[in-house]
Structure formats: C-alpha cells, structure tokens
Design a protein around this ligand. Structure first.
Ligand code: GDP
Length: 194
C-alpha cells in the first residue's frame, strides 16, 4: 500500500487543507496539541495520514511538544518504506519571522528540521506554502525565494516548482499542490485521485 503523510506545525492550516483536498473525512473540532496520534483517511489502497501538529502551541506544555515531535519522528521512521510522499505544510507569510526567531537562538526551525529529516529518510517531500492569500503581489516571489533559501533550495524558487507549491487553503486555491500531487501519483501509477 501507499501512504502520503501531511505534516506541519499547528495553525499552519493543515486541517483546512485536508478538508479542501479530501472533504470532511478528517478530524474536526480538535484542540491544538490534544491529539497525539496520527489520523488516517483510507482511499482504496492509498493511506492519507494527518500527523499531529507540532511546534509551539499556546496552552500546551513544552514537554508535550517534544512528545509530539518524537512520536512524529518515530512514526515516520517506522513506516518510511510505505510512505511514498510527504507534504510539509508551512505558513508561508509567517516563515521568515519564525526562522529569524530560531536563528537568533542558533536553532533550526522545526519546519526546516522536519523537511531535512523527511528527505534524510528518503521520503520525497512537497512543501505546501499556505496562506499565500495574505501576501501582496510584489512580495510574493521574494517571500518564496526566502522560503526556498531557508529550506536549502537555492533561489529563485521557480527552480523548485516541483517541490514548492504556493497555496491558499482558505481561498481554495490549491492548483499548484494538486498539480504536484497529480504528478507524483502518476509516477506511482495512481491517476484516479486528483
Ligand atoms: P492546523 O492547526 O494546521 O490544522 O490549522 P487550521 O486549518 O485549523 O487553520 C488555522 C488557522 O489558519 C485558522 O484560523 C484558519 O482559518 C487559518 N487558515 C488556514 N488556511 C488559511 C489560508 O490559506 N489563508 C489564511 N489567510 N488563513 C488560513
């Protein structure tokens, strides 16, 4: 069987995105950080996995954040063979501030860390840069260049359109991501999904 995992910090819009992509089959009414276990959607032999949101959450203890991160890492390691694709959802417009904050403490942002980790274990990973509806037209390309840079993908971001998909789950603008998912599923000989 094939598995696609969706990962991301809490509040990046992962639930909104999954709802747009797969309908109401995903978890609803969750409080951030409360759910520790991955949620699954099974579409014939394809397993879609919604990993718990990681990173800072107000009202959730640091210890719990570590547990979520560890569990995510273990889940991915344990199932790496079956996981054919990762979708890392990030909050596009928020990423530069997040990176600055971590960089000033000499730490790697959890988003970047997760991207590196997924690729290290051999999982092809798409970056879904969400909330791009918040970005002004003249800031759009510079922001995506900055995101690419921080992910270790040398700008211009257009060179990485097979990896970076700017989207807006809120506006239902998922063209770029659906295109990439379609390409990957085609490679897996699964043309029936999108
Ligand atoms: P999750 O914690 O990653 O599952 O995030 P949610 O889907 O619960 O969304 C978190 C917040 O971001 C909510 O207030 C959403 O309305 C908002 N949001 C999600 N996607 C978008 C988007 O594309 N654009 C904007 N502007 N807001 C979004």
């Amino acid at each position: 069987s094939f598995e696609i995992i969706f990962v991301g910090r809490s509040n990046v819009g992962k639930s909104s995105l999954l709802r747009e992509l797969f309908g109401a089959k995903v978890r609803v009414g969750k409080r951030p950080g409360v759910t520790l276990r991955p949620a699954h959607i099974q579409i014939s032999d394809l397993l879609i996995t919604d990993m718990p949101g990681f990173g800072f959450m107000s009202g959730v203890k640091d210890r719990k954040q570590d547990i979520i991160k560890d569990k995510t890492v273990h889940y991915i390691e344990d199932n790496a063979e079956r996981i054919k694709l990762g979708v890392l959802v990030i909050d596009g417009p928020a990423l530069p501030q997040i990176v600055d904050r971590w960089d000033s403490r000499n730490q790697i942002p959890i988003d970047v860390e997760m991207f590196d980790f997924l690729r290290e274990v051999g999982i092809d990973t798409i970056i879904a840069a969400n909330k791009m509806d918040k970005v002004k037209e003249n800031e759009y390309d510079p922001l995506l260049d900055e995101i690419a840079f921080w992910l270790g993908l040398e700008p211009p971001w257009q060179n990485w359109k097979h990896i970076i998909a700017p989207i807006s789950a809120k506006k239902g603008d998922l063209k770029a991501l659906k295109g990439l998912l379609r390409d990957r599923l085609h490679e897996m000989k699964r043309d029936d999904l999108f």
